[in-house]
Design a binder for this molecule. Structure first.
Ligand code: FE2
Ligand code: FE2
Length: 295
């Protein structure tokens, strides 16, 4: 399938799309967040599991996003569609800024005794291992799979429910900004993968690997952070998190149909058009004293 076909003209107004909408070039913003010293230790809902889950994810962003950038950049010269070229540049810009801001956040949390530097190093090691063992095509398929996860979590988990409202207002904008941009660029790696004629077998088999490795490593890291924080026996927090994910509102349970759509031969990240949600979040969370540049 050509890039032009992948990013075909769309005039549909419903939420189901089979391609990236025309003109959907992500915006590269340059936020400048500050982390307040008097922020509570558990800044999401005063809850250890929820907070340390996001902290664990944050530790994975600097090494992970560098890997995503490199896997897409490897094919940059082979992209001929001008709109996709622009989208790739914006994708690289957005992910680079995410890395930078999360590095600052990780340093801030590390200073408070939350051991993210060790996790970051461990994840870096895993990424380095993939770089030497995986073909460039599988590395890109890895990025495509993780981008599907991050878009789902951003749209369904952070933007749809009240997660951001429950966070300390000094840290919520970082997560809102990141979620908005993950949704904006959710199809860029996928469109590149299609434009280079990436194999379906590799795309799907890599998603299966990611589906085991990502929850496994994340759960292990949350367990380790909870242990280091002396919170392992905090059953109220564990039970609350399990209920939040699988009971009410059951965020992960609700993600499952969207997750399984990935295995369809007709899958495209824009099957689910979440621009209404993103626009609402932009009005609410962006523009609070941050600089922004459009590319
Ligand atoms: Fe990101
Ligand atoms: Fe991303």
């Amino acid at each position: 399938m050509t890039a032009q076909l992948t990013r075909e003209r769309m005039n549909r107004t419903d939420a189901y799309r089979t391609a990236t909408p025309e003109g959907m070039i992500p915006e590269v913003r340059q936020p400048d967040f500050e982390f307040a010293d008097d922020m509570p230790r558990y800044w999401w809902d005063n809850d250890p599991v929820k907070t340390l889950l996001l902290a664990a994810l944050s530790s994975s962003f600097p090494p992970g996003e560098k890997f995503f950038i490199d896997s897409v950049r490897h094919y940059q010269d082979r992209i001929t569609d001008p709109e996709l070229k622009k989208a790739v540049r914006a994708f690289i810009g957005q992910e680079a800024h995410h890395s930078r801001e999360h590095k600052l956040m990780n340093g801030f949390l590390e200073d408070r005794g939350i051991g993210l530097a060790r996790l970051e190093k461990e994840i870096q090691g895993f990424m380095d291992w993939m770089r030497t063992r995986f073909t460039p095509e599988r590395q890109l398929a890895h990025t495509v799979a993780v981008e599907h996860f991050t878009a789902l979590m951003a749209e369904e988990f952070l933007l749809k429910y009240d997660a951001l409202e429950e966070m300390d207002p000094r840290i919520a904008p970082v997560w809102a900004w990141h979620a908005i941009e993950e949704s904006e660029h959710k199809a860029v790696a996928f469109d590149v993968y299609k434009s280079i004629g990436g194999s379906e077998f590799i795309r799907l088999s890599e998603m299966m690997v990611v589906s085991v490795a990502f929850p496994l490593f994340t759960s292990l890291h949350v367990y380790q952070l909870m242990k280091e924080d002396g919170q392992l026996s905090n059953l109220k927090s564990w039970a609350g998190a399990v209920n939040y994910m699988w009971g009410k509102p059951g965020v992960f349970r609700r993600l499952l149909p969207a997750y399984f759509r990935y295995y369809s031969p007709n899958f495209h990240p824009w099957n689910h058009d979440a621009r209404d949600l993103v626009e609402k979040a932009k009005r609410k969370w962006l523009g609070r004293g941050k600089k922004s540049t459009a590319h």
